[in-house]
Design a binder for this molecule. Structure first.
Ligand code: PFF
Length: 442
């Protein structure tokens, strides 16, 4: 685990716009479009949303700033940056384990993210070809299980999606990730606004507003809080050193607090907007908002089946764009480390991880239940645990002067330090322990 401190990265974001598109692209993904609406729907809507926003502010935002700050200070992969920081400051080398946890979490997330993305991919031609026409809820459910059990087809879509990921990440940060995000994210936002306008004008907007914006606290339980914490970390892409990795490519003239605010606001905005694109249609067709993970793949096709094919086609294309800019950030976290190993490098590193991910992804195609386990381990456990560790590391181990040089002195730094030192580690540890206890005792 110990080892020499490697040289800093030579590649950097080409422009502020490029970085913002890549960082927002990492955050905005299936977490916003698929996971957020179904969890909010299951948890009763507005009360969950309010708690979720609090989790973003109190837990997600300070960890996001810390990840960018440590990444830019380190200028290396997260693992190599942590090694540099602990070596320079005579701190325990065991902290490098936090980087390993992040890399493992992001690759585990990536391994099933590409399978769900393959389902989305498969739904695009289905929607454009009008295959959802006249679907009842039962027919749509059958279509979803038929789609996911068509192993060869899903494998082909997954391999194509994975291949594109490997290609873009192998091209590097400025020439690959940034370029892809600069094209896909603006296209995503234009399509999203079009769909929302369509949903609000043709669907039941009034019920959506009351469902999403009138809190009913009788629905709040401990589960609600745990789900909100997990979703906040998953959606913002924090806790697995992904934003740490992106921070390493930041130039010194980038204002981290300002950019972190922009990323967190855009991510929250898209999650809420996704609710406004989905729920008016759900209510207009008298479907169930608490449908669960199937909300996206089962309920939406019922609605799309009554609309012109391009509406559903646009929706799933938009989801695929968002998924892609998130998945490349997950892959980059591993590749960034392999790139630091001079004997491997970026291209070979991307290819090697691509092969491992192809094998794991194929495993989920044959054993879809494993997706739940991988999602629980990575999303519900490793990300919040990573958040706790980053809070302790940034708050107690890293000298204040480093954070001050990255974030600037002032009240914001003081507030961030209180949150990182005390609030994040204590509150999230309690939530994790109680959550695990609840799971074990059923
Ligand atoms: N934030 C992404 C989404 O909302 O879909 C998923 C994700 C990306 C989670 C990167 C974690 C991560 F590190």
């Amino acid at each position: 685990m110990a080892g020499p401190v490697v040289a800093g990265k030579s590649d950097h974001w080409g422009s502020r716009f490029g970085f913002i598109m890549a960082a927002v692209g990492s955050s905005v993904g299936l977490g916003n479009l698929w996971r957020f609406p179904y969890i909010a729907g299951e948890m009763g809507g507005s009360a969950f949303i309010l708690i979720y926003i609090l989790c973003i502010l109190i837990f997600g935002f300070p960890v996001l700033m810390a990840e960018y700050a440590l990444g830019r200070y380190g200028q290396r992969s997260s693992i190599a940056s942590i090694r540099k920081i602990v070596t320079e400051n005579n701190k325990p080398i065991a902290w490098v384990g936090m980087g390993w946890l992040g890399a493992i979490a992001s690759l585990l997330l990536f391994s099933f993210y590409i399978v769900i993305s393959a389902w989305v991919f498969d739904f695009i031609p289905q929607a454009f070809l009008g295959e959802f026409g006249g679907f009842t809820a039962e027919q749509s459910g059958a279509n979803f299980s038929e789609t996911t059990s068509n192993k060869l087809e899903i494998f082909i879509y997954m391999a194509a999606f994975l291949g594109l990921n490997v290609f873009i990440v192998a091209r590097g940060v400025r020439g690959g990730i940034e370029k892809a995000a600069e094209i896909l994210m603006p296209a995503f936002f234009i399509m999203l606004l079009g769909l929302v306008a369509f949903a609000v004008f043709t669907g039941d907007a009034a019920r959506t507003v009351s469902f999403l914006l009138t809190p009913d606290f009788s629905k709040v339980s401990f589960d609600t809080v745990m789900a909100a914490v997990g979703q906040a970390f998953f959606s913002l892409s924090v806790g697995s050193c992904v934003m740490f990795t992106y921070g390493a490519y930041l130039t010194r003239d980038t204002n981290i607090p300002k950019n972190a605010t922009l990323v967190a606001s855009a991510d929250t905005f898209v999650a809420l907007i996704a609710g406004f694109a989905i729920f008016p249609i759900v209510f207009a067709f008298a479907l169930d908002p608490a449908e669960g993970p199937g909300l996206f793949f089962v309920t939406m096709p019922v609605a799309f089946g009554q609309l012109p094919g391009f509406v559903g086609g646009a929706f799933f294309t938009l989801a695929l764009f968002a998924a892609f800019t998130s998945s490349i950030s997950l892959l980059e976290t591993g590749v960034s480390w392999l790139e630091d190993q001079k004997s491997i490098g970026r291209v070979k590193g991307a290819l090697a991880l691509g092969v491992i991910m192809l094998i794991m992804g194929t495993g989920y195609i044959f054993m879809p239940d494993m997706i739940d386990l991988a999602s629980f381990l990575s999303g519900d456990l490793m990300l919040p645990l990573g958040g706790v560790l980053i809070g302790i590391f940034a708050g107690w181990v890293v000298p204040r002067s480093i954070l001050a040089s990255e974030l600037g002195e002032g009240p914001l730094l003081n507030v961030a330090l209180v949150l990182l030192r005390f609030v994040v580690p204590i509150a999230i540890s309690i939530i994790l322990v109680l959550g695990i206890y609840g799971k074990v005792t059923g």
